[in-house]
Design a protein around this ligand. Structure first.
Ligand SMILES: Nc1nc2c(c(=O)[nH]1)N[C@H]1C(S)=C(S)[C@@H](COP(=O)(O)OP(=O)(O)OC[C@H]3O[C@@H](n4cnc5c(=O)[nH]c(N)nc54)[C@H](O)[C@@H]3O)O[C@H]1N2
Ligand SMILES: Nc1nc2c(c(=O)[nH]1)N[C@H]1C(S)=C(S)[C@@H](COP(=O)(O)OP(=O)(O)OC[C@H]3O[C@@H](n4cnc5c(=O)[nH]c(N)nc54)[C@H](O)[C@@H]3O)O[C@H]1N2
Ligand SMILES: [Mo]
Length: 925
């Protein structure tokens, strides 16, 4: 049987593919049939409720809604005849009768007006209905406006909220003509559980739901009133959503999601509403030099005047000062006196130039970035046992899975668009196994929620694998063909019966057995993980267990299978690939390999540099304290907030003889600078970034950098020249071309391709191949093509609770804020939603401490203490505190333990012993 259907559309013979509707075929053939309740975008199911797309079908008495009707063989369809055109006009006229006048419309360019124009409808013959039934304006949300007088009950917002983003906030109240969308139980939008992804606003065809930034006080607006629109990539997380930035008068007015390979049009609150940090008055717009009369270096937390200790300078003066300060240290003490932190927020080209500057300009490998605090341990385990640090499958592959594990990750808040796919997977019957000490948002969709003891991952994962071995559920064929060290792993696991591990994990053996069976017997299973796995002194062991689990079940290399550490920063994958790592040159080629170094010396046309692995982020800070490192160049990182035991890091920054900081704000780190170089934000520059899916995407400038701020790559090149390097790049495309010479991952990916296609996944096997979503189907990039089982033993956290510090502190993130807050606390919408430093404790714990929710507590560890507001949250275990690290006034990292994982050198951000006290008690002390 052929899977195409032949039918006649407007006197032409056409073909429909399986599952295509008449509307879709018509569109493909060049006829746009008007549509309102139907959104032509991935994820939107046709609903056929508005009747704006009626067509006539020969032999049928009534007209059919083309958006939902599939053609059948030999069908004769007419879309332009008098009868259906008249019917469609009538529908539009009836709907327009109830719309505000176009001049006073909430969105003068709303889809409904375009459709009316297309159908030749300018005014309505029908009377306006009684306006009493219209609910009043709802302006309770800072980011969106609800004006239901324009609502046509098309149900798109409900589908957007429930089916596309799976947030389940919007529903329809009442029936028929009186139906209207409500938030939760008819709450004002701003008081509902809405997470402000804005999908409903993007879907609404009338302007009933609008971005607040598009309408004026009178609720009148025009979404087409912009000067330019630019396709680029979201600057926040590693999902890499493609965005369309609408620019008016040199400012971003609003943002739409577009059909990128990772996001298919979806966005989250940060991507859609968090763009305005780039217009904040705190932007550094001129190069700055520390004043001669500035006090000793330290934190100046006066947010109103972060510039106090600096004076403006010209670019020439600032670059000369920056370069001569670093150059002098190099000349007096050797290149190793200067180290660099590059950025995962900048582009691939910028990351590449940064590591090249340190290696070529200073002769060593003391260059690192925030990956060290992030997935360093995951990458160490993946490199060691799989032979490659990147994901083996895109997160979107969950569409083909029947079971998925999400462990130590909170994607609903931290990778919200990826989470929409996870939620859809669960809704269509996929088995979702969530493992986290905290009851994270995804638990609502989980078939199994294992809320286990923090730090007990190895015990839990080994016990799952024990069951798989004991019950013979492993995939012997796969193991024989593609792995090594199985017998050792198998023997090792015998000591981890779930009945015995229960005391450590808190998870009943029966649950462990169920989960083991569900994962091992599935046809296709995926594993996703995050910081709950990586940020431990046994982070590498945690990841080794996940790798072993996937391998023994043969869940790698096929559709719906794979290992996926959810990468964090927008370009942490790319920055790591580009060699912003002390042990690796681009593409993870070891610095210790003479052949590799000589290949790069040749590309760079320069001499050799150190064959010694460089120091990592926290080791660099220690080396500053030891006096070995005296100067630093820090690009787009904020270690004065993000490093563990941050007082130690701040003291190191203060001790530096020369610090050059290149950022868009005077961050806490920039407070310690001698020279601040004003950079351009992502929306102001050209360059490529690589997301968690290995998708290389093109970022384009939408607006100009403010004042004299310049693109990061330009600044690094100017510094390099002043440090005596023969660099003459004039455009990022030249840097990209050079990168390709040393990086096979970019084979078949060219700048020109990215300019036209926006995204290519690596590896791409030919100039036409969009790239491989799944890798390692036929073996691994290791000896004999085999991945390796790496048995892991239980290691307790570095610091365990005791009578002085009886509880467990865990740190992490919240939906609205980005890391150290530098960007999101300067975004109007995001800061309004989450304005105050907070931590979360179980309500019973709060009661025991005598703290009412919203009251103040003091948290103290062996490193220091902070005060902040405490929230009640049943998702947190009774002996734990969850603390986000975005707030300088209560900086989480004053408390955290800098103890490191020996392989990944990642600190134990997820476990410290802490004391919690009510602030009233403190006052009474
Ligand atoms: N909104 C927002 N999104 C972000 C970021 C942000 O700052 N804000 N940052 C981005 C970056 S760089 C990263 S790396 C990602 C991080 O994204 P995630 O990995 O989701 O980040 P976290 O919130 O740090 O921690 C994840 C989970 O680990 C759990 N956990 C704590 N201890 C343990 C443990 O011992 N075992 C296990 N299995 N789990 C544990 C916590 O309860 C938490 O739910 O997010 C990215 N996305
Ligand atoms: N307690 C605790 N600490 C943690 C973690 C945790 O879970 N708990 N997580 C760790 C993890 S996973 C990470 S990734 C790190 C993140 O640590 P950082 O990377 O230090 O944190 P960010 O706030 O993302 O810093 C990015 C900086 O880049 C600047 N910036 C943004 N765009 C641009 C640009 O285009 N050009 C330039 N030049 N600058 C730009 C921002 O203003 C900001 O200062 O934090 C780590 N620290
Ligand atoms: Mo991260």
């Amino acid at each position: 049987m052929s899977d195409t259907i032949r039918f006649t559309l407007d006197d032409r013979e056409v073909e429909a593919r399986a599952g295509e509707t008449i509307w879709q075929v018509a569109k493909r053939e060049g006829t746009l049939i008007p549509h309102l309740c139907h959104k032509d975008a991935p994820g939107y199911r046709p609903d056929g409720n508005c009747r704006a797309c009626m067509v006539a079908i020969e032999g049928e008495r009534v007209l059919a809604a083309s958006c939902i009707r599939e053609p059948s063989e030999g069908m004769v369809v007419s879309s332009q005849g008098a009868r259906e055109t008249r019917a469609r006009k009538a529908v539009l006229e009836m709907l327009l009768a109830d719309q505000p006048e176009r001049d006073a419309a909430h969105d003068r360019s709303a889809h409904i007006w375009q459709m009316a124009e297309m159908q030749g409808v300018t005014e309505s013959r029908y009377p306006t209905l009684d306006s009493d039934r219209i609910p009043l304006l709802d302006d309770s949300h800072v980011a969106m406006r609800v004006n239901l007088d324009a609502c046509i009950q098309c149900n798109l917002c409900v589908r957007a909220c429930r089916e596309v983003q799976v947030n389940d906030v919007i529903g329809m109240a009442d029936r028929g003509h009186d139906a209207y969308p409500v938030f939760d139980f008819d709450d004002p939008m701003g008081e509902s559980t809405c997470v402000a992804c804005g999908e409903c606003v993007q879907a609404c065809p009338t302007g009933a739901l609008m971005e607040a930034s598009v309408v004026d006080e009178a609720q009148v607006g025009d979404s087409a009133d912009y000067d330019s629109e630019v396709d680029s990539v979201c600057p926040f997380c590693g999902v890499g959503c493609q965005v369309s930035l609408k620019v008016k008068d040199g400012r971003i007015k609003y943002v739409d999601g577009i059909d990128g390979p990772a996001n298919e049009g979806r966005l989250c609150v940060k991507g859609r509403f968090g763009f305005d940090y780039i217009h904040h008055p705190h932007r550094v717009t001129k190069p700055m030099i520390r004043r001669d009369d500035a006090p000793a270096k330290g934190l100046n937390v006066d947010p109103a005047n972060p510039w106090t200790h600096f004076r403006e300078a010209t670019w020439d003066e600032a670059l000369d000062a920056a370069a001569s300060g670093l150059g002098r240290l190099r000349d007096q003490h050797g290149g190793k006196a200067v180290a660099g932190f590059g950025s995962a927020k900048c582009t691939n080209e910028e990351a590449y130039l940064f590591q090249k500057l340190i290696r070529q300009g200073f002769g060593h490998n003391n260059v690192d970035h925030c990956t060290r605090l992030c997935h360093a341990s995951s990458v160490a385990a993946l490199m060691e046992n799989v032979g490659s640090g990147a994901v083996t499958a895109t997160f979107n592959q969950i569409e083909n899975a029947d079971v998925a594990i999400v462990i130590g990750a909170n994607p609903v808040e931290n990778h919200p668009v990826a989470a929409t796919y996870f939620k859809q997977f669960a809704k269509r019957g996929g088995k979702l196994i969530v493992m986290d000490p905290r009851g994270v948002g995804l638990r609502r969709f989980a078939t199994h929620m294992l809320q286990f003891r923090p730090g007990a991952d190895v015990a839990l994962l080994n016990s799952i694998m024990h069951v798989i071995v004991e019950e013979g559920l492993y995939d012997q064929q796969y193991i024989d063909a593609y792995t090594e060290n199985w017998e050792a792993e198998k023997a090792h696991l015998s000591g981890f019966a779930p009945e015995e591990m229960e005391a450590l994990t808190g998870i009943p053996a029966t649950t462990v057995r169920e989960v083991a069976r569900a994962f091992a017997t599935a046809k296709a299973g995926m594993i996703f993980w995050g910081m709950g796995i990586s940020q431990h002194i046994h982070g590498t062991d945690n990841s080794r267990c996940l790798i072993s689990l996937a391998l023994m079940c043969g869940h790698v290399g096929r559709p719906g299978t794979g290992l996926h550490p959810l990468r964090g920063q927008n370009n942490v994958q790319g920055a790591s690939d580009a060699g912003l790592i002390p042990m690796f040159l681009p593409d993870y080629q070891p610095v210790t390999d003479d052949g590799v170094r000589s290949a790069f010396s040749e590309i760079w046309n320069s001499g050799d540099f150190s064959s010694q692995k460089g120091l990592t982020v926290t080791e660099i800070m220690d080396a500053v304290h030891d006096g070995q490192i005296r100067g630093m160049y820090i690009l787009g990182e904020n270690p004065a907030m993000s490093d563990p035991d941050v007082d130690h890091a701040r003291d190191a920054l203060a001790k530096l003889e020369h610090l050059v900081v290149q950022d868009i704000f005077v961050t806490e780190t920039a407070n310690y600078a001698d020279v601040i170089l004003p950079a351009s934000a992502f929306a102001e520059k050209t360059g490529t970034v690589t997301n968690t899916n290995r998708q290389v995407q093109m970022g384009r400038p939408a607006v100009s950098p403010p004042g004299e701020a310049r693109e990061d790559w330009w600044i690094t090149v100017e510094l390099a020249k002043r440090l005596g390097l023969p660099w003459d790049y004039k455009h990022p495309s030249e840097v990209f071309a050079e990168m390709k010479r040393g990086m096979h991952s970019f084979d078949n990916i060219t700048w020109e391709r990215l300019e036209t296609q926006n995204a290519v996944t690596y590896p791409s096997l030919s100039p036409e191949d969009p790239g491989q979503a799944i890798v390692f189907g036929d073996g691994f990039p290791r000896a004999e093509g085999r991945a390796r089982f790496a048995p892991a033993s239980v290691i307790p956290p570095d610091e365990t609770p005791d009578p002085d510090y009886p509880m467990i502190l865990t740190t992490g993130r919240q939906l609205e804020h980005w890391h150290t807050g530098s960007m999101t606390r300067r975004s109007r919408v995001l800061d309004a939603v989450e304005p105050e430093a907070n931590c979360s404790l179980h309500p019973r714990t709060l009661r025991r401490l005598g703290v009412t929710p919203g009251g103040m507590v003091r948290l103290s560890t062996r490193r220091g203490s902070i005060r902040l507001m405490a929230r009640a949250d049943r998702a947190v275990a009774e002996d734990m505190v969850f603390l986000p690290f975005a707030y300088v006034e209560a900086a989480a990292n004053i408390l955290t333990n800098p103890a490191l994982d020996p392989y990944g050198k990642i600190p134990e951000f997820k476990f410290s012993a802490v004391r919690v006290e009510a602030v009233e008690d403190i006052a009474a002390e």
